[in-house]
Design a protein around this ligand. Sequence first.
Ligand code: CO
Length: 220
Amino acid sequence: MIDNNFYEKVFAANQHWIKERTAEDPDFFTHLEEEQNPDYLYIGCSDSRVHANEIMGLKPGQVFVHRNIANMVINTDLNVLSVINYAVEYLDVKYIVVCGHYNCGGVQAAMQQLDYGILNPWLRCIRDVYRLHKDELDKIEDKRQRFRRFIEINTYEQCLNVIRTGEVQKAFHKKGYPRVAGWIYDLHDGTLNDLGIDFEKELENIREIYDLTKGKSLTE
Ligand code: CO
């Protein structure tokens, strides 16, 4: 059912929020008005239950955020590529985090043999990740466990996609950052789990094929 008072409630809540913030810190908005200087870029799922600032305990101004269905980093998606470029080149972020979450509806849809119309190309990118890890995933008999594992694997693969971007390779070469991390948020109890990516090892592996700086040829 549509809540006809939704707008009124939102604007009233906004006024209440302003009062609360300024009671806590009279300079709250003066600080926010200054230039943003976040150390983190967070790439997460659009899921309404997973809120970047809240789960990381960060205030406005501390994290630059990009969200889409199933926290994908797709090589031809100008949206996510622009966000990464801006975060690395202009905001000079020190960390890029890709955060997946258990019970992700996007990943679940990709695991169904169904036609989702306009969503098909997006889901296809998730299905491609399944294909890459089919051997491991098919061996997991418990479907719930398989779903959970696929969410972890998909998040890991999206971290690799971040590392493959020209921005991250060039910036790391020059400045020694940003570092890339993969996390999984558990809706069940609110815990963030670190996937424990060995960033330098992954960067080294990726450079065999994706290096943009050496000028060597793989054909000779
Ligand atoms: Co999701």
